[in-house]
Design a protein around this ligand. Sequence first.
Ligand SMILES: *Cc1c(COP(=O)(O)O)cnc(C)c1O
Length: 383
Amino acid sequence: MPSIQATRMLTPGPTPIPDRVRLAMAAPLPHHRKEPFKKILAENQSMLKKLFCTKTPVIPLASSGTGAMTAAAFNLFAPGEKVLIATAGYFGDRWVDIAKMRGLDPVILRKDAGETFEPEEIRAALDTDSSICGVFIQISETSTGALHPVQEIAAITRERDILLVADGISAVSISPVEMDAWGIDCLLTGSQKGLMLPPGMAFIALSPRAWKKAEENRQQCYYFDLIQERANCAKNQTHYTSPISLMVGLHEALTMLFEYGLEHIYKKQWALTQLTRAGLEAMGLDLMVKKEGCYTWGLTSVRMPDNMPAGPIVARAYKDFGVILTAGQGALKDKVLRVAHMGWVDWADMTAGLHAIAMSLPEKPSGAYLEAALDAYHKALDA
Ligand SMILES: *Cc1c(COP(=O)(O)O)cnc(C)c1O
């Protein structure tokens, strides 16, 4: 019998695209050097600034999120400079690889998967070496679901001559991030997570002192040249050919976010997080990040016991229920099951996801997980 059901992407990128955004992208292509498109870029720019909570330009790049990470390392730092990299997972380790590729001298502060950094640990590391001129971290480490205390860490770096670079790819538009008020020097994100767009675009903003450092940094990167992009941004242009359709989709997606109101989007994200956590716990699964305040609002992961590897559960949930989940990354492959709840997903998608997981476990849990999940959802929304 054919499977007559929707496919649901509960993955940390890509995420489902709202019809409004898909249809906006289906309109005839505007030319990227003509007025109607410049108007779209101008409006995108003011909405992006509101989203990032910054007064400085938010530079769009035609790349996946890793392109913006690359742009940060190459524009802000010169070979030989010493930087602190706080990593507790797969994406933190990507900062290490990029920093090495740039020829930087990385001091690596590592924690176990699922843990978060204490601001005091960052302070102590910076105190021991006065030549460190940058800190790289994730706001949300998508490989585990840990949320690092970037606001508190920024309070430390902003008092020193040290640039804080924050990967917000699974945080921006998912939970509150206030670039200027917190004192983040470089904030970046991608299009295919909370922003409800297809993959292919990234966004990066620099603080005034980070722009100054980028201006002084002569050896940059040919494609990711933020100085060039800033000059074009001021003219409502991009330096190279714009990803035109994605820019049009971005305009629609940002318009939607602000129609709903960011505070309501964040509240929905919080409520979906509570729903997912309660449901998974009620199935007897072991949440990877337990501490309050330390888990992200866009993804929940559980540690799988050795006799219950994630791979077969992911495969069965897709084959029998049309629900796309993700296993762990790298060494955590079968040990972690990740359930994303970011972007254009709601309570019904998440209860469908929980049901697919429950039915794909080797031993089926009782039905109480759905009740627990929905209770937690409503409690969070009403709070
Ligand atoms: C998804 C993700 C990335 C990688 O983004 P790509 O778009 O695949 O290049 C980097 N960091 C974090 C925190 C992510 O969630």
